[in-house]
Design a protein around this ligand. Sequence first.
Ligand code: ATP
Ligand code: PAU
Length: 236
Amino acid sequence: MVSDQPLFLDSGNTRLKWGYKDRTGSIEDSSELTALIRQFNISNIVLASVTQKWTPATLSGLFPSILVRSAIVEQGLDGLMLAYKDESSLGVDRWLNMLAAMHHSPTGFKVVVSMGTAMTIDVVDSNRHIGGYIVPGLLTQAKSLHQNASALPMVEFSGGAELGGNTQDCINHGILRSAVALVEATVAPLAGQAMVFVTGGDAGYLSNSLGVEHKVNRNLIFDGLKTYWLAKHRDG
Ligand SMILES: Nc1ncnc2c1ncn2[C@@H]1O[C@H](COP(=O)(O)OP(=O)(O)OP(=O)(O)O)[C@@H](O)[C@H]1O
Ligand SMILES: CC(C)(CO)[C@@H](O)C(=O)NCCC(=O)O
């Protein structure tokens, strides 16, 4: 039987991830994607892409019989009002994460933190996006130090945010401490009234050191894609 339930794809700067019903994973290449589509008998795909690596055109070229819809940022969808005047310049991943957070918690402040290639923070007050931050992600910061300072090695992340007593720990812990401080400083003025959502490949590192109450949800973007897909289904 052909599945009506779409395969959700999240094409980030580092890797391609998939969500189908309550299952998720990451995909290395098109042969893995082909296998997945056969396994679940997929008839439609909903794509969130912040890169040109995977586009509706590449997917339709590979799978001509599959309906591919690309999520596009839309002011006011599901009531979410965006801080950006030009909503097309907002990353679709940030938008979908906010839609999902709003779905989980319709009223009050939401702080959405994504720990990927870039680290992003977005603050939403009920249905109003107040604004956000974009900084380099943990691994991106570590790579940048290694590439730009000749005495600095490439570090393996191990967690920990206390003062370091050697080069590895100073880098490792310093990067994590600055990410933690940024989230805590964003949450502080909201006087304990914010729901903090943490997502992305490096969510675990942040979560282990974060001093504010939060929820780790690695599938937030798939929740957002589902919300988007249902809204579009409703609109026809
Ligand atoms: N299997 C994996 N492959 C690559 N990175 C991984 C993996 N598992 C965890 N990570 C971590 O996830 C981080 C990348 O996060 P994520 O996968 O959310 O990135 P992305 O979504 O592709 O990037 P972005 O959305 O910021 O463009 C890396 O810094 C790495 O430390
Ligand atoms: C910030 C990233 C890289 C995070 O994945 C992505 O959301 C993006 O490419 N955004 C476009 C710029 C913006 O959101 O303002």
